[in-house]
Design a binder for this molecule. Structure first.
Ligand SMILES: Cc1cc2nc3c(=O)[nH]c(=O)nc-3n(C[C@H](O)[C@H](O)[C@H](O)COP(=O)(O)O)c2cc1C
Length: 179
């Protein structure tokens, strides 16, 4: 099972559209997918007590994250970094079982022309700290509004080709990283 983590809770997020497109792509590659959508984080997740004891309502999402053999994280760039909701989710995940030695594939989304490059360096540092196995070919989707052209999915063939290449490469990486 591969987890696709939507790394923002923003209503109307374009990253969520990209994630949905990737879910369809991985499904076509015969992969079973679990979607982990930070938009579905219950409000208890934000209580200060969450670090002491995870509320029951969060456990299914956390369980899906722990159980997946590989994780595709689709994240936007907010203020030159990752969204607070993504950092918070990583902060409340149990360690080391959530991320250590887990193959992780990065897909950054941004309105700007650097394509979440700054967010990516921050996320990579956090994942490296958590001993994740980072697939070394991230995909940066810059100028996302132009790529989506007001639609629900990216139709440009060159971008679809990059998505497919990354997905196939990540599946190979997963195979090699598995014990
Ligand atoms: C709080 C906030 C901060 C943002 N900061 C940046 C930024 O630093 N660089 C950038 O290229 N886009 C920035 N954006 C625009 C996002 O890249 C844009 O919303 C894009 O669609 C991806 O985010 P989304 O998944 O929330 O839609 C920001 C958006 C929000 C909501």
């Amino acid at each position: 099972m591969i987890g696709v983590l939507i790394g923002t809770n923003r209503v109307g997020s374009k990253s969520r559209l990209v994630a949905a497109q990737l879910v369809r792509l991985y499904s076509k590659l015969d992969q079973k997918i679990n979607v982990i959508d930070l938009g579905a984080l219950p409000k208890e997740a934000w209580a200060g007590t969450v670090f002491k004891k995870l509320p029951l309502s969060i456990l299914p999402m956390v369980r899906r994250t722990v159980d997946c053999k590989g994780l595709v994280i689709v994240y936007p760039e907010y203020n030159g970094s990752i969204p607070g909701s993504l950092k918070h989710y990583i902060d409340i995940l149990p360690h080391p079982e959530s991320l250590a030695r887990k193959p992780v594939c990065l897909v950054g989304v941004a309105r700007g022309s650097t394509g979440a490059l700054r967010a990516s360096t921050h996320l990579e540092a956090i994942l490296f700290y958590r001993r994740a196995f980072i697939y070394p070919f991230p995909l940066y989707l810059a100028k996302i509004d132009e790529l989506l052209e007001g639609k629900c999915a990216i139709e440009q063939e060159n971008i679809q080709k990059k998505m497919l290449e990354q997905a196939m490469g990540f599946l190979e990486f997963l195979k090699r990283s598995s014990p």
